[in-house]
Write a protein that binds this ligand. Sequence first.
Ligand code: ASP
Length: 366
Amino acid sequence: MRGFSVPFVRALAALCVAFALPATAQEADPRWSIAIHGGAGTIARENMTAEQDAAYRAALQQALDAGKAVLAGGGDALDAVEAVITRLEDDEKFNAGRGAVFTWDGTHELDASIMDGRTRDAGAVAGVTGIRHPILLARKVMTDSPHVMLAGKGAEAFAAEQGLELMPPEWFDTDARREALERMKAERLSALDVDIKFGTVGAVALDSHGNLAAGTSTGGMTGKRWGRIGDSPLIGAGTYADNRSCAISATGWGEYFIRVGVAHEICARLRYDFRIAALEEQLGVPRDADGLPEYIIHASELALDAEIAQRAADDVMDEVKALGGDGGIILVTPEGHALFSFNTSGMYRGRATSDGVDEVAIYADE
Ligand code: ASP
């Protein structure tokens, strides 16, 4: 240790340890928070009937209520995410589970992922057919397999082993989705022309134990072929959760979200913001006789405000837009901020917190 004083080395070691501490659950705190989405896109008031508008709001509120009930009862963020997504997967208005878009070949290939912000354990499935709740299969991959991601036939074999609920192909069919595929083929349109909106579903939550979780489930994009996989089942693109920064679920034009690494990119920016804020605070700590800081400030002692989180999310969504992509994300922070960021005219969304926030919304201007 020649060249360094002992207190200096001790202080440095403490600082390093402080930053290297694993993400662990905070002490019990009644604070909880949840945000959900049912897809973003060209969703305009003038294109919705009053009945459609009301039906979407009711479906979102019901799913949000299911997540709220878990969190308000002291349950885990992962269970809240699962409670929301399984409901939306069963709802044919959304492009996940029942009501999923059709592939070029007239089938449904479903993608889903889930992540635990406490341990950064994750599970994902891609291109699976016949699974009623792909989000439950993703969770099984996380908890009951040594892997993070399974695809196609192998994932279906694993689902059968795990006793996941299976459904016949026609259970997933809806007339609206079939018409979209037929129109796409007949008029040589792209998925964007016929999908208009992305109907992927997702949820992010902070539970009262201080843990974050995120999940996403989708049928992908109409007319997809060649085993196309979007961002939704990709950890870091469509889904990410890390107790040190945030939980994210995305919806949108998957290819762009993959290229930007949207979910991880937002969380990484927030984590660095925490560290920079901690270093800045550290500079203001009083010095002892040796000129060393009297105590160490850990990044986790700081609270980032909602504006900083919103800015990180908006900046990353701007990057998606600059490349030509569109869509949106939902975000929850360890402080319990529940936020949205999207560059489309609407996003089916909702949020609730232990502070009394409880709302669903559709259009960008509400
Ligand atoms: N992100 C999904 C995908 O590209 C689509 C969506 O959000 O609806 O597969």
